[in-house]
Design a protein around this ligand. Structure first.
Ligand SMILES: NC(=O)C1=CN([C@@H]2O[C@H](COP(=O)(O)OP(=O)(O)OC[C@H]3O[C@@H](n4cnc5c(N)ncnc54)[C@H](OP(=O)(O)O)[C@@H]3O)[C@@H](O)[C@H]2O)[C@H](O)CC1
Ligand SMILES: [K+]
Length: 465
């Protein structure tokens, strides 16, 4: 649904890349390449059916006129409906090169194939009611609909829905935009394809790609492959899920530490600890590579004591669930003081409680939180955004909706800890954990119980070797 490992640019960054490119390549040549990419895909999907091309007043419309001209020249039955006069020189030129009739958007009737070239990255406000309704009817009446760059009405940088239709496929031009992976874009864009139109694109933001996982070497042993300590407290099952996920994702040694830890997996070592002070001693083991705290921790005074003992260590930390709730708005202050790296894995509600609800797109907010907390943040959801303090971003979209069930967050924390224990760098550990989590869910099929995902993790790992 989303090209993996593809660069993501905001509208402004895309314009800057275009402007830099136009210093060496005529804008019309680029628009011809964009239109040709649209025409190629439209012809592929059209299978000879009649086409309706919508052309807006800007360069998105310019692309549309190019595509219409090329499709007509290739023998397709193409009609064009425009919304207003072309407002840019390039769009006007492409309008003049189109030799067919151009009707008004308000006279357009549905045709089997719809190509939406009304608005792209230049949409500056919500669609007016008229065009919004017309576009919805035309999309509903089409057998296949293709959006140029973005479904018109989708806000480029946030995926907010300002009247976009749901289309069958979207052709992203030169780079993905945040809206292809965030918010309403997840439902509106359909299958997202990426067309190279010759514009060089650099970005610290990418869509998630399948990671490479190194198998252990001949001289590896359980300690060299990394030890994960998981803190168990109020809800032991959650900690056990995290421990089970860690043990299945490459960690060499997993220890469950709690008052009376139990595990059905004999390979998971259990260590009894009565009070928070004893926990400090247990965590003094220098072989521990990473500590997971939060799954099933609870929020009572004992939980607070255990969290404080963990924060006082110099181990890398994965903080999830109740640990995040206990940290609350003080999270950044607690974490900035630490020298060892931390990862936070909040879902949307936990994120809002820690970092507030203001601040732009999910990417912007997660970046700001990572910088504030000096931690790598995995901001979970149907659109999971990973951001690190250096400004790198990975976005994972379209994970199985069946992941919305109890315990899957605990598994992700365990997967992340395993990758940290195996020595992945901060961002790679988060990317790999999110990818394995989605791959295990994909393999598990529908309506799985979180426990069942653990058995799918080794197979997911095998896809990355
Ligand atoms: N730069 C290039 O040569 C290339 C760009 N590509 C394509 O172009 C679009 C971006 O083009 P741009 O002209 O910046 O913007 P749009 O075509 O998306 O639309 C801007 C025009 O639409 C008007 N507008 C904006 N929002 C609304 C609205 N809600 N209702 C009505 N009209 C609206 C806007 O008018 P303003 O009032 O806001 O000034 C503009 O007239 C990009 O997505 C690509 O498809 C290609 O990649 C080729 C190279
Ligand atoms: K469009």
């Amino acid at each position: 649904m989303i090209p993996p490992g593809a660069p993501i640019l905001t509208a402004e960054a895309m314009r800057a890349a275009e402007d830099a490119h136009f210093r060496g390549v005529p804008q019309l040549d680029v628009m011809e390449r964009a239109g040709a990419a649209i025409a190629r895909e439209a012809a592929r999907f059209a299978t000879g059916r009649d086409m309706l091309v919508l052309a807006g007043p800007g360069n998105n419309g310019g692309d549309a006129f190019v595509a219409a001209r090329l499709l007509k020249a290739a023998g397709h039955d193409v009609t064009v409906a425009a919304m207003g006069e072309p407002q840019t020189p390039a769009a006007r030129t492409m309008f003049e090169r189109w030799e067919g009739a151009t009707s008004s958007l308000y006279e357009a009737r549905p045709r089997p194939i719809l190509i939406d070239g009304l608005f792209g990255t230049g949409m500056s406000r919500a669609l007016d009611r008229g065009p919004r309704a017309l576009l919805a009817d035309l999309a509903k009446g089409a057998e296949f609909s293709l959006a140029i760059d973005l479904p018109s009405g989708l806000e480029t940088d946030s995926g907010a829905d300002y009247g976009a239709p749901r289309v069958s496929a979207t052709i992203a031009l030169a780079a993905l935009k945040p809206a292809h992976l965030l918010g309403a874009g997840l439902e509106k864009c359909g299958h997202v394809l990426l067309a190279d139109i010759g514009i060089p694109v650099e970005s610290a933001w990418h869509s998630l790609a399948r990671p490479r996982i190194e198998a252990p070497g001949a001289f590896d042993h359980k300690y060299s492959r990394g030890m994960v300590a998981v803190i168990e407290n109020a809800m032991p099952g959650a900690a056990r899920l995290a421990a089970g996920a860690a043990a299945s994702a490459g960690a060499g040694y997993v220890m469950l530490i709690g008052t009376d830890p139990a595990s059905r997996v004999d390979a998971i070592v259990r260590k009894s600890v009565a009070a928070a002070e004893d926990l400090a001693d247990a965590l003094a083991d220098p072989r521990i590579g990473v500590v997971v705290v939060g799954p099933g921790l609870g929020r009572d005074r004992r939980a607070e004591g255990l969290l404080k003992a963990v924060l006082a260590t110099s181990h890398p930390l994965v903080l999830d669930g109740d640990a995040l709730s206990l940290l609350g708005r003080n999270a950044a202050r607690w974490l900035q003081a630490r020298t060892a790296p931390s990862w936070l894995t909040p879902h949307g509600g936990e994120f809002d409680r820690l970092f507030g609800e203001a601040g732009g797109s999910k990417i912007d907010r997660t970046l700001a939180a990572a910088a504030e907390a000096q931690a790598t943040i995995v901001h979970k959801g149907a659109d999971t955004v990973i951001a690190d303090p250096r400004g790198a971003v990975r976005v994972a979209a379209h994970a199985s909706p069946w992941l919305s069930t109890a315990g899957t967050g605990d598994l992700l924390a365990g997967l992340l800890a395993a990758r940290v224990a195996c020595g992945d760098d901060a961002l790679v550990a988060a990317e790999t954990a999110v990818w394995l989590h989605a791959a295990a869910a994909r393999r598990a099929g529908p309506a799985f119980v979180a426990d069942a995902l653990i058995g799918q993790i080794p197979q997911a790992v095998s896809e990355c070797l």
